[in-house]
Design a protein around this ligand. Structure first.
Ligand SMILES: Cc1cc2nc3c(=O)[nH]c(=O)nc-3n(C[C@H](O)[C@H](O)[C@H](O)COP(=O)(O)OP(=O)(O)OC[C@H]3O[C@@H](n4cnc5c(N)ncnc54)[C@H](O)[C@@H]3O)c2cc1C
Length: 588
């Protein structure tokens, strides 16, 4: 067996564990967004040994250029499994989703170092001051208020100005003083070198329907329109993941060991104290023990699964599979929040598409990417984003009354400029449009276990759009997206009538049928081991991430948030892990 910690070695292989019993101070399950942030920060002082257990390996090896190049972010992340790569994906399908006509959809989750940051769309922004204030109030901990927490968002990132030698002249982002605060964090946040040409026209169209332009989305405000930042290396336009940002620089440290291609199969307890993790590497079983803590960062689908198979979860579920109940925790796996989306498209005249459906288009794209890190391969669409509160005249009184409880700066709707045609375009023309995303949902889902083994996929029901208020807001959002897309300021750059879904879709019933047939997730599954106050029986962890009812077990990932803040959650996960690493190092 290898020694507990290896120090002073410089060979890359010294950074990886072998499948034999071993012990570290901190054992982290999951090498994703949160897990690798913690691994980096906890190993930095050299004071503690850290072991990371990750089911996948390096996506650079397992998924070719598909994970590097922004344009290919959609590959393998569609509604079905046909193009999904099991070397980097958990191959999860939801249960029949009754809100979208009983369809079962592929639920993309990264199974690789980097976790879902190796698969995501790289959109980087922060949620709103009001939503973080609600977080602080809900969990009874003022450290989550924006003024106290925002330094951790800054700590995790370095902001880069747009490279205007490569972007179109009229695509200069506004100056935002908040950028200057993010000066030396591991995750680069930068503007793409090639925004869709149509984007500047959409900027005008959103302003024409009453949205105001704001400098950026990184200072606690979202409502308005702005150029979008991404977690992308500014010089090469290659994806930045938690693996590139947090793991690689730390790999030279002798006190950080990664066990890749290794399933955590169970948390091991001595009484109610977590003392290690049972592991399986390609059938070889062993145990990784923890002197100080086990930290679960397996993400919002797998952290609750691991808790349940280890005896923490709803008692009835555990008993059904003969799992001894350590803690009857009814909240485990409950309360999934996620964001659904639907698109509206038109044919456009500038060369605006990332649909590379001819050999000539692909060849030109490859050449500009290789020569200058620009061209359609660096774009995923979404370079421009607009957020708004749903206009109340478009929703019912019941929906409006429910929304009155939401913080004033929390938008319900997000519009992302997009050029990814849903399905096969009718010709080789360029198409662009808007994806409208519902970012304040009332529907709640759940994840549960299918057996007592982590090798059987957990059963996941997101319950998309099952609450009538979500249906109401989604139809309103669709109508608003269409209003933006049909605004006369776009007439010089659009051709013909609306292409998707088409002008024959007009009534609420027709729009709803289109949404049911085409809605997809943007993969923000969350809240399945939610944070809360000790009296809240559905809360699984306290505001420090410590699991109620046991000792020395913490959860730090998107399962452990009290609710899903508005928008894309990667920034919040990085900041949560940065904040928790600080707590742990202070002995809290
Ligand atoms: C397709 C897609 C697009 C997205 N787009 C965006 C976006 O543009 N912007 C944004 O902000 N967010 C986006 N997200 C969401 C964001 O990436 C995730 O919310 C974030 O990565 C969650 O972090 P996490 O640490 O909770 O989990 P993850 O990053 O998913 O990490 C969990 C890790 O645990 C590992 N693991 C799980 N179970 C086990 C086990 N039993 N044993 C060992 N290892 C295990 C997994 O393999 C994985 O590496 C997207 C996500 C997806 C999937």
């Amino acid at each position: 067996t290898p020694p507990d910690s290896i120090s002073g070695q410089h060979l890359l292989g010294s950074s990886f564990g072998t499948p034999f019993n071993t012990t570290y101070d901190y054992v982290i399950v999951g090498g994703g967004a949160a897990g690798l942030t913690l691994a980096n920060r906890l190993s930095a002082s050299g004071q503690y040994s850290i072991g990371v257990i990750e089911a996948g390996s390096f996506y650079e090896i397992s998924n070719s250029n598909i994970s590097f190049i922004p344009r290919f972010t959609w590959t393998g992340s569609g509604n079905g499994l046909a193009d999904a790569n099991p070397l980097v994906d958990w191959m999860l399908m939801t249960e029949p989703e009754m809100g979208i006509g009983g369809r079962q959809i592929h639920y993309t989750r990264g199974r690789t170092l980097g976790g879902s940051t190796a698969r995501n769309h790289m959109v980087y922004h922060r949620a709103t001051k009001g939503s973080y204030k609600k977080w602080a109030d809900d969990v009874g901990d003022s450290s989550y208020e924006w003024e106290n927490w925002s330094p951790y968002f800054d700590k995790s990132t370095t902001f880069y100005q747009a490279d205007m030698s490569k972007r179109f002249a009229n695509s200069t982002p506004d100056e935002d003083p908040a950028g200057a605060r993010s000066k030396d964090g591991p995750v680069p946040i930068s503007y793409t070198n090639w925004p869709l040409a149509i984007t500047t026209w959409f900027m005008k169209a959103t302003e024409a329907v009453g949205m105001k332009r704001i400098p950026s989305f990184i200072d606690g405000d979202l409502i308005g329109t702005s150029w979008n930042l991404r977690a992308v290396e500014p010089d090469t336009m290659v994806r930045a993941s938690s693996e590139t940002a947090y793991l690689r620089p730390a790999l030279k440290r002798g006190n950080l060991i990664v066990h890749h291609t290794t399933m955590a199969t169970k948390i091991v307890f001595n009484g109610t104290t977590a003392v290690g993790v049972a592991c399986d590497t390609l059938g070889q079983k062993f145990q990784i023990s923890a002197r100080k803590e086990v930290i679960l960062s397996a993400g919002a689908v797998h952290s609750p699964q691991l808790l349940m198979v280890s005896g923490i979860g709803p008692a009835a579920t555990l008993q059904k599979f003969n799992i001894p109940v350590l803690v009857d925790a009814p909240g485990v796996g409950q309360g999934i929040e996620d964001h659904p989306t639907i698109s509206v498209m038109r044919k456009v005249t500038p060369p605006s598409s990332t649909v590379l459906n001819t050999a000539a288009k692909m060849q030109a794209a490859i050449e500009s990417y290789n020569a200058n890190a620009t061209g359609p391969l660096v774009s995923t669409g979404g370079e421009l984003v607009a957020w708004e509160k749903v206009p109340l005249n478009l929703v019912s009184n019941n929906t409006a009354a429910a929304l009155a409880k939401t913080p004033a700066d929390w938008p319900e709707l997000e519009y992302l400029v997009s050029s990814t045609y849903p399905g096969t375009p009718p010709d080789n023309g360029d198409y662009a449009g808007l994806s409208v995303v519902l970012v304040n949902t009332f529907s709640r889902g759940n994840v549960t276990i299918a057996s007592s083994s982590v090798f059987d996929h957990p059963l996941m029901t997101v319950n998309f759009l099952t609450d009538p208020r979500d249906k109401d807001i989604m139809i309103a959002g669709f109508r608003r997206a269409r209003e933006i897309l049909n605004n006369p300021v776009l007439s010089p750059v659009v051709v013909g009538p609306e292409a998707v879904p088409g002008t024959n879709v007009t009534t609420d019933e027709q729009i709803w049928a289109y949404i049911q047939g085409g809605a997809r997730t943007i993969s923000h599954v969350s809240c399945t081991c939610k944070m809360g106050k000790s009296g809240d029986e559905m809360a699984v962890v306290d505001s420090k991430g410590l699991v109620f009812g046991v000792e020395k077990l913490r959860i730090v990932d998107l399962s452990a948030v009290p609710f899903l803040p508005p928008g894309h959650p990667m920034s919040t996960v990085y900041a949560l892990a940065e904040k928790t690493a600080d707590l742990i190092l202070k002995g809290e």
